[in-house]
Design a protein around this ligand. Sequence first.
Ligand SMILES: [Zn+2]
Ligand SMILES: [Zn+2]
Length: 169
Amino acid sequence: MTLERIPWDQYFMAQSVLLSLRSTCTRLEVGATVVRDKRIIAGGYNGSVSGDVHCIDDGCYMVDGHCVRTIHAEMNAILQCAKFGIPTEGAEIYVTHFPCLQCTKMILQAGIKKIHYLKDYRNNEYAMALIKQVGATVDQVTLSKKYFAELQLGEEETASVEEAPQTDQ
Ligand SMILES: [Zn+2]
Ligand SMILES: [Zn+2]
């Protein structure tokens, strides 16, 4: 079997899918990866402020049909850059769902020039117009099964394995 290298788009989007599995808000599992010069510089998922309770434990904090506890994956990824002083100018972002208007504005204002998304999700018209207006681009990525078919991660869980202590967020 010949080895076909996984293209960058597939690799970065798969990273976002993996991150989405860490989401703590049950409303929507979203993952986001910020990439600069073909390197991952940050990642985020839908979750609470560090130190707050998680929606998966306490239920969502709903106001007007939205969970107000959650920081969106895109915002978490960009805030990670802010926290550690990593420039986002000219970067790209890979998101599992089309970003909401607030996240789109933040992405553009952070200087991110390319938005790659996996799934359509209430694609906001003004967000799309803004992307065009500022000269950024958006494209939909489709994950191709052939690059992941060979992945057989993990082993079967056995009854004796104790759950690892949850010390992180
Ligand atoms: Zn929630
Ligand atoms: Zn958002």
